[in-house]
Design a protein around this ligand. Structure first.
Ligand code: NAD
Length: 499
């Protein structure tokens, strides 16, 4: 089975990427040195001012061109992306191509209104006028993981570019081709040279990028790396968003549509072979319907085919984590109802019951096609179990009673919650996406997602041009008396309701 192997490329440190299914070599690259990364950032910085001066309408027009190319080339692009991930065709089309197409379209259509300057009426300082001016930040670093390599490299880049920034993409060393494919799309659509560049390499390259003078970091990856990235950004005082791991809980109430809930469990837990941040990783089902639900899940899982429905391990070492979690659970008393072992480059879709929070399978991110099912007796217990985790990315509630589901959803410690649905929020671009607890810091996407890549510059101007203001120097006892009177008049009377 092939995956990433260290190699030497023209005498330089590099990697060879292998296809996860058949092991053939698909790509070799030399790791960019810290000096090369710095040089890329310098070129991006030189290209950015002209881009910032380009009207937003023109930026959006180019983004629509990139979208047209994406649609035109979708089959070839999907085939290229599949070389390094080996995954199921539908996964690539849905997670990567559709999501990027929607991001390009959604944000380019809204860029002009999102990024327009606004005048702001000031409630107290009515004798002043104010404007809010969104200004690009400069050069944005987009550091992405291997599990959704194209969308997680491209979606932040789309937003940063429309907002007037240059971008350096640092794709995972496991999936470098996705970063290169993204940059090529922008170049072919006519975005200016050096505006979008790719730094190839591993953690060392990512670390070099953080020190190369970038103005913002959009990081998606593991908690372990996210902490390091957050520390460096803190030291260098660079804003960052950290989209990290998850251990999403799914709560199935006794009054849920069990057929739909079982289907949702499969899609939410097994899509991309479970290798996505907001995958269903823990299922809590009301004890009174647990067996009926489990039987439906097991029956559906048995119909799945490796390769067609369940992709391979994109990064082969992940197999050790999944195997360890399942074996640990079985050793501690869990019952295997389906799967439970590796099969070539794949892991069989797996269902376990009798799981507890003493098992790593229920506490740590598994990132594999595994559905552990536990039971609860009361809603309070369901909420306590779901919240008993260091992660808090997303969660789902399944019930036919809308009020009950909503009330439960509001009690969950998660960045987002779905009801009778799963894994949708990152794709609903109107909504902010991110985690609580160890699942991350900051939010991405949302109606005003583009503003996350700007500085909102407030400009206040005087209106009347008087020679001086009431509180300017010199400070006199009379001014103190006047100010005290003013406090009473403004905030101690009905006038405060007019502010
Ligand atoms: P990872 O943390 O190992 O790597 C992510 C990226 O960081 C890679 O490009 C890597 O080269 C780079 N990197 C490594 N060390 C670095 C350093 N010191 N400084 C800067 N960059 C460095 O993550 P992974 O294993 O590629 O991805 C899987 C993880 O990503 C899972 O935990 C998953 O849950 C998470 N993820 C989160 C989201 C989300 O939106 N919350 C989405 C997808 C994946």
């Amino acid at each position: 089975m092939g995956y990433l192997q260290p190699t030497t490329v023209h005498g330089r440190r590099g990697y060879t990427v292998h296809n996860p299914v058949d092991g053939r070599e698909v790509f070799s690259f030399a790791v960019d040195t810290a000096a090369e990364v710095k040089e890329k950032v310098a070129r991006a910085r030189a290209a950015q001012p002209a881009w910032a001066a380009t009207p937003v309408k023109e930026r959006a027009r180019l983004m629509q061109k990139a979208l047209a190319l994406l649609v035109e080339r979708n089959e070839a692009l999907a085939a290229e992306l599949t070389l390094e991930t080996g995954r199921a065709a539908l996964d690539t089309l849905m997670i990567e191509i559709y999501a990027v197409a929607d991001s390009m379209n959604y944000y380019s259509k809204r860029a002009e209104s999102s990024l327009r300057e606004q005048s702001v009426g000031l409630h107290l300082l009515r004798h002043k006028k104010a404007r809010l001016v969104p200004r690009p930040l400069g050069v944005v670093a987009v550091i992405s993981p291997w599990n959704g390599p194209f969308v997680l490299s491209t979606n932040p880049t789309v937003q940063a570019l429309l907002a007037g920034n240059a971008v350096i993409i640092k794709p995972s060393e496991v999936t470098p081709m996705a970063g290169l494919a993204a940059a090529k799309l922008f170049a072919d659509a006519g975005f200016p040279p050096d505006l979008v560049q790719v730094a190839l390499g591993d953690g060392e390259t990512g670390a070099a990028l953080l020190e190369a003078g970038v103005d913002k970091v959009s990081f998606t990856g593991s908690v372990r790396t996210g902490r390091k990235v957050g520390e460096v950004c803190g030291r260098n005082l660079i804003p960052c968003t950290l989209e990290l791991g998850g251990k999403d809980a799914m709560i199935v109430c006794a009054d849920a549509d069990l057929e739909r809930a079982a289907g949702g469990a499969l899609f939410g837990g097994l899509m991309n072979a479970g290798q996505f941040c907001s995958a269903v990783e823990r299922i809590y089902v009301d004890a009174t319907v647990a067996e009926a639900f489990t039987e439906k899940v097991v029956a559906k899982v048995k119909q799945l085919q490796l390769g067609r429905d369940i992709g391979p391990f994109i990064f082969e070492p992940q197999c050790a984590v999944v195997t360890d979690h399942v074996d640990d659970a079985v050793a501690k008393g869990a019952t295997l109802r389906a799967g439970g072992k590796r099969n070539g480059p794949y892991y069989e879709p797996t269902v376990l019951t009798g799981v507890t929070h003493q098992m790593r399978l229920m506490t740590e991110e598994t990132f594999g096609p595994v559905l552990p099912i536990a039971t609860f007796r009361t809603e309070d217990e369901a909420v306590a179990l779901a919240n008993d985790n260091r992660y808090g990315l997303s969660a789902s509630v399944w019930s036919k009673n809308g009020d009950r589901a909503l009330a439960l959803a509001k009690r969950l410690q998660a960045g987002s919650v779905t009801i009778n649905e799963t894994a949708l929020t990152y794709g609903a671009l109107e909504l902010p996406f991110g985690g609580v607890k160890e699942s991350g810091v900051g939010r991405v996407n949302g109606v005003d997602g583009l503003l996350n890549y700007t500085q909102l510059l407030p400009i206040i101007a005087d209106r009347f041009g008087r020679a001086e203001e009431a509180v300017w120097y010199p400070y006199t006892p009379e001014k103190v008396v006047e100010l005290r009177k003013g406090l009473k008049v403004i905030f101690g009377s009905f006038l405060r309701w007019l502010l």
